[in-house]
Structures are given as C-alpha cells and as structure tokens.
Design a binder for this molecule. Structure first.
Ligand SMILES: [Fe+2]
Ligand SMILES: [Fe+2]
Length: 183
C-alpha cells in the first residue's frame, strides 16, 4: 500500500470515528433530553443571545455536548441522564440578559442571580434530581463561591467555561444576531 493510500485510509477512519461519535452524542441527547429540547420554553431561548452571536439555546446544546465529551474522555462515569438534563437547563433563566430596557438593573446582577432563576424555572416544569439541581445552582463557580458537590456539576461547570470562552472569542459561531455593545 502506498503512502497516499495510507493517508486516505487514515482520513476515512478518522471521519468514520467522528461520525459515529456525533451519532452517539445526538442519540443520547434525544434519549435523555428530547422533552426539554422540543419544549416551547427551551425553543424560545433561540431568540436570546448568550455570547457573541451564539444563542442561549445553542450555548446549552454546546455545553451538553462538551459535557458528554469530557465525561467520556476522562472516564468519569457520570450519570448520562443527569449530565444532559442539567447541562440543557443550566441557563434556563428565560430572558435576554442583553435587553437594556427590560434589564437595566437586573443585567448587572445577572451573573450572580441567573443560576437560582434557572433552577426556579426548571423546577416548575421538570422533576429534577439532586444532581441536576446541583449542576444548575453551582455552574457559576467560582463567581458564586459555593463549589459543586458532585462530579456531574464539576463537568458541566468546566464545559460551560470552555464553551463560553470559545463563543466569546468567536471560535464557536451561532445563528443569533451578534451583540456589539460591551456586556
Ligand atoms: Fe450560566
Ligand atoms: Fe452557561
């Protein structure tokens, strides 16, 4: 086999591995999160920007996907269901934190307040486990000083920071209207 054939074979194998991983992740997201993903309120977050031009909806999907990747890569053996549901709901605050008129006061406190607002909203609609509650409540550590108390919450906290950074610097792109003002 020539070097060129070897390169082609390696590329094909890499593509196949990535495709299988992509299918597995989407299978798990649908298995454990389809009720959330297809709900009116979660869909409504497509209208709200999180970072750059990434919507809250896209951000939560990114965080759920990267939480699964991190759990798998580090062999942490997290509960897949809690990881996915907690990640999908971690920013379930249901308002646009860039809306100056509506949120002139609230915006300044958004970073501190939104985990508890998200928890309250999620609690109203879903039967949350203690692990899912911990994920939502603690994901803003260390800004909020109480650290996560389970590995699922640590994984989502790390995935959230990773995704937020990539979204802010424009590596992760979204479909929302880019916010140009400083925030
Ligand atoms: Fe958040
Ligand atoms: Fe987040």
């Amino acid at each position: 086999m020539s070097i060129l054939d070897n390169i082609r074979l390696n590329k094909a194998e890499k593509f196949k591995r990535n495709y299988e991983r992509y299918r597995e992740i989407h299978y798990l997201l649908n298995l454990y999160g389809s009720d959330i993903i297809n709900s009116d309120n979660f869909r409504m977050t497509k209208a709200h920007i999180q970072h750059g031009n990434v919507t809250v909806n896209e951000h939560c999907m990114h965080v759920a996907i990267y939480s699964l990747i991190l759990n798998n890569a580090l062999g942490l053996n997290c509960s897949t269901e809690d990881l996915i549901r907690g990640a999908l709901l971690h920013d379930y605050f249901l308002y646009d934190w860039h809306d100056k008129e509506y949120l002139s006061q609230r915006k300044r406190l958004h970073g501190f307040r939104h985990p508890m607002i998200a928890l309250k909203n999620a609690d109203k609609e879903y039967d949350l486990t203690d692990i899912q509650r911990d994920i939502i409540k603690k994901h803003m550590w260390p800004m909020l000083i109480v650290p996560p108390t389970c590995r699922e919450a640590w994984v989502v906290t790390v995935a959230d920071k990773y995704c937020s950074s990539l979204e802010t610097i424009g590596v992760h792109k979204g479909h929302g209207k880019r916010i140009t003002a400083a925030h």
